[in-house]
Design a protein around this ligand. Structure first.
Ligand SMILES: C[S@@+](CC[C@H](N)C(=O)[O-])C[C@H]1O[C@@H](n2cnc3c(N)ncnc32)[C@H](O)[C@@H]1O
Length: 328
């Protein structure tokens, strides 16, 4: 989970049982490419109408609510309970996925209460999810937010014994060791040096310290861009995007833990092609749906909180004026 530069890096939303339990499952809105359902991801088991997607989802791209060690404020699931809760979705997600589909899950870091030590729960939960679904870990990514504010305050700003926490874990998993993917769809612009090299066609071939052998002509082929790494830098820092403008105009509180749009776009492009289905079971402000819509992929999202769904409409011009739900 990441937050924009314009907001303080606060605690992400948690599983708040008091506010989101027993939400009736219904369609909140639809767009040209997708449907936003109001409801709990747990209810997917019972929703026959969603079973039409069984085995057809190419990508599940999501950031689940993260457990906070602040029972008083949130009353959220913690420790083993959280781990088991998250893992319980693995078989369901597997049934929804195409055999060579992917799951991309973003989970933030957490700290133990009152101590300058990190909680291993994020990693334990991801591992448990992986095991329960018998998924392959295709690649681990890090989402780096260079603009994040320093925290946790006590250890970083006051005692100065830790450095700022500026990344989230993003795990790419799949039932298959060869999920559909192409890095050709996510090339990044060449560096100035590489552009020069392509132009001048002059460099030192041979063995590098890393033991990579660079051939005589390895760098002469123009592949139209560089292969990206598994560190994705958060670039969602504009304070005046369509979503924020919409929230401001409608006096809506923005979602506090939005995924960066460039992260969602990256995975939708990398792991799907136009017309495929992308699903976000913990959709929040529906960044996943918006990325899929822009790229011509079908999307389905679920989110139990009406206030977050209301803000998510701001991402879709055709839905902006309709506050409240509509018939399917
Ligand atoms: C980290 S946020 C997701 C943010 C989202 N990726 C975005 O970019 O806006 C997690 C979301 O999961 C929702 N949530 C909590 N419990 C849930 C449940 N049982 N089923 C579905 N969603 C849930 C929360 O309301 C919250 O909006």
């Amino acid at each position: 989970m990441l937050v924009s530069q314009t907001e303080e890096v606060t605690t992400p939303p948690s599983i708040d049982e008091t506010s989101i339990s027993a939400v009736p499952f219904k369609l909140a809105y639809r767009t040209k490419w997708g449907k936003m359902y109001r409801g709990m991801a747990e209810d997917l088991w019972n929703k026959k109408r969603l079973w039409r997607y069984k085995g057809k989802v190419r990508l599940i791209l999501t950031s689940p609510p993260f457990p906070l060690n602040r029972k008083k404020r949130y009353g959220n699931l913690q420790g083993e309970d959280y781990k088991n809760w998250l893992a319980s979705f693995a078989p369901l997600f597997k049934e929804l996925l195409e055999p060579r589909g992917s799951i991309v899950m973003e989970v933030g870091n957490a700290w133990e209460p009152g101590e300058p030590v990190m909680s291993p729960l994020a990693l334990e939960s991801l591992l448990e999810f992986l095991k329960k679904g018998d998924f392959k870990l295709c690649e681990q990514f890090v989402c780096y937010n260079k603009a994040t504010l320093p925290g946790p305050t006590q250890w970083v700003n006051v005692e100065r014994i830790r450095v700022k926490n500026a990344y989230t874990h993003v795990w790419w998993m799949s039932p298959s060791s060869h999920p559909w993917a192409s890095n050709k769809r996510v090339l990044t612009p060449y560096s100035k040096a590489m552009l020069e090299l392509l132009k001048k066609r002059k460099y030192n071939p041979g063995e590098r310290h890393s033991e990579h052998v660079i051939g005589q002509e390895s760098f002469f082929k123009d592949n139209k861009g560089a292969i990206p790494s598994n560190v994705i830098e958060f670039t969602n820092t504009r304070s005046h995007d369509m979503y924020l403008d919409y929230c401001r105009q409608h006096h809506l509180k923005v979602h506090p833990a939005r995924m960066a749009m460039n992260v969602a776009t990256f995975f939708v492009k990398f792991l799907t092609t136009p017309g495929k289905i992308v699903f976000d079971p913990f959709a929040g402000s529906n960044v996943t749906g918006a990325a899929a819509e822009q790229l011509g992929r079908h999307w389905i999202s679920t989110e139990p909180r009406e206030d977050y769904i209301a803000t998510s409409r701001g991402r879709f011009p055709s839905r902006q004026r309709h506050i409240g739900s509509q018939r399917e």
